[in-house]
Write a protein that binds this ligand. Sequence first.
Ligand code: ADP
Ligand code: ADP
Length: 228
Amino acid sequence: MIKLKSVSKSYRTGGEETEILKDVSLEIDKGKYVSITGPSGSGKSTLLHIIGGLEPINSGEVWVDGQPVHTMKDNALAKLRLKKIGYVFQQFQLLSTATALENVMMPLLTMFSSPQIKKDAEEALTRVGLAHRLNHLPSKLSGGEQQRVALARALVTKPEIILADEPTGNLDSETGKTIINLLEKIHDEDGVTVILITHDPELAQRAEESIHVLDGRVELKPYKVAIR
Ligand code: ADP
Ligand code: ADP
């Protein structure tokens, strides 16, 4: 369902071209739980951005659920992201002036009428255990709670794919575990494809497959027995 064919990606900075991904081919089946590992700066976020249609590529093809991301225009990409993809970031990326509920309602604003939006957002927040924090501003929430709001925002559109860029990177390991448990629960219960960037080998090994990024190349290896 996610397919990269001979993808190359480079950035130009200060007149110099640096190739981040070199002729990368990769297939991720629907419903898989996949981790992405690799040293800092190896291109993990870039790879996730490419899959999420957030970053153009220099050559190759990117297919998500049968759609040619590499040829699609911004409008079509926005629609694809809204319908199919939920994104979670290391820095939560919540709007600080909006409550938990309003943050989670945001992705739905262009889709439905308001009573429906509020109900869906409440449901998503309940799912991540935050039914009692609906009207809190992010600044009144702990880091773990803020990340759960961000996860609810990713879930609220009922995506087929969740892309998580080091979602535990700013959390202590105990709190991080609650986020991972939620991701695993969503994967197990809803059959959502999860792609998780992590520096934590223990978390990486809980996935069904792992993509290791190094020197512009990727290696996909299955974990024979999921540890959990
Ligand atoms: P990782 O997620 O593995 O830490 P990234 O994908 O964020 O790596 O970055 C890979 C490399 O590409 C880094 O050297 C980074 O500085 C560079 N890079 C990322 N985004 C850009 C950009 N928009 N412009 C220029 N260089 C970038
Ligand atoms: P993360 O915490 O996800 O690794 P970063 O702080 O590395 O995020 O990057 C934040 C944003 O800046 C990303 O969208 C990334 O693509 C971009 N970026 C990273 N490195 C560079 C760079 N060297 N030049 C320009 N943009 C960059």
